[in-house]
Design a binder for this molecule. Structure first.
Ligand code: NAP
Length: 270
């Protein structure tokens, strides 16, 4: 809901009110995660939250973060296991009965596939990267569909420019992001009649656990800051607020889109 709030001098201030909405945020590993930046904004806007984490290893950290956002559920969900995705769907059916916002901030490729030669990517490495980083968007959406179609919903995933350009060392993750962005368009078409919107945010480089796994990441940060029109890198908070916009009714006419939050880097030709 977009609520007009009274303001001084006869102005109208638009506030984003997501109270009564339920948001599932996948991919919070720690306080640096882009999904965490979006979760914080959703909480500020009044949404009820469920953070999912990949496995036991992350449980304590994610529970500790969730405690900063009162009322937040935390559930384990390894997207390579249908069993755990189904368990999350069943639990949310009992707890909430509907999901209006879904954040998919999940990606993984083996370390050797983010530093060696792309041409030498193994069959298994290719499959793992695409399964975790792209297929999971379809699979999670499918498992949550009865909840997402209850009131209509907005789904946001996180992508990167390597989906459409050659980026040194990004290798198989670029392939996964290309599939992810195509999946966003295809899902948007298929789920549009159910009032479910599907979009991607293509973020510039931000120092996170996953990003640090890309060989030469620090050089990427420097390069982006020098070349981007805004002459700086983006902040995780900027991804958080763009996520809030895409998950709220302010973006109600937008679906199948890739929104660049990259200080303008993608427009450059030189
Ligand atoms: P992050 O904090 O490391 O988040 C990545 C998340 O994916 C982690 O929580 C990770 O859990 C999770 N994940 C990996 N395998 C999983 C599985 N099998 N099941 C469930 N979750 C799994 O890094 P991030 O940078 O915020 O990444 C979030 C998204 O933003 C990714 O899609 C990334 O490609 C995208 N992105 C990042 C940047 C950037 O520069 N940071 C730029 C553009 C796009 P584990 O830690 O347990 O593996």
């Amino acid at each position: 809901m977009i609520a007009p709030a009274p303001a001084g001098r006869g102005d109208t201030v638009i506030t984003i009110d997501l109270s009564g909405r339920h948001a599932v945020v996948m991919g919070v590993a720690n306080h640096r995660s882009l999904s965490w930046a979006i979760a914080q904004q959703l909480h500020r806007a009044g949404a009820a939250l469920c953070l999912t984490y990949a496995g036991e290893r992350l449980r304590a950290d994610v529970e500790q973060l969730a405690s900063r956002l009162p009322g937040t559920l935390t559930l384990a969900c390894d997207v390579t296991e249908d069993r755990t995705i189904s368990a999350v769907a069943r639990r949310l059916q009992r707890e909430w009965g509907s999901v209006e916002c879904l954040v998919h901030g999940i990606a993984y490729a083996r370390k050797q596939d983010l530093e060696g030669k792309f041409v030498a990517t193994s069959r298994e490495g290719f499959q793992i990267a695409l399964e975790v980083s792209a297929y999971s968007l379809l699979n999670v959406t499918n498992h949550l569909l009865p909840l997402l179609e209850r009131n209509g919903a907005s789904i946001v995933t996180l992508s990167y420019l390597a989906a459409e350009r050659a980026v040194p060392n990004y290798n198989v993750m670029g392939s996964a992001k290309a599939v992810l962005e195509q999946s966003v368009r295809q899902l948007a078409w298929e789920l549009g009649p159910k009032e479910i919107r599907v979009n991607a945010i293509s973020a510039g480089p931000v120092s996170t656990l996953a990003a640090r796994g890309v060989h030469g990441f620090v050089g990427m940060l420097r390069h982006h800051a020098e070349r981007a029109p805004l002459r700086r890198n983006i902040t995780r908070e900027e991804v958080g607020s763009a996520g809030l916009f895409m998950l709220s009714d302010l973006s109600s006419g937008i679906t199948g889109e890739t929104l660049y939050v990259d200080a303008g880097y993608h427009v450059m030709g030189l």
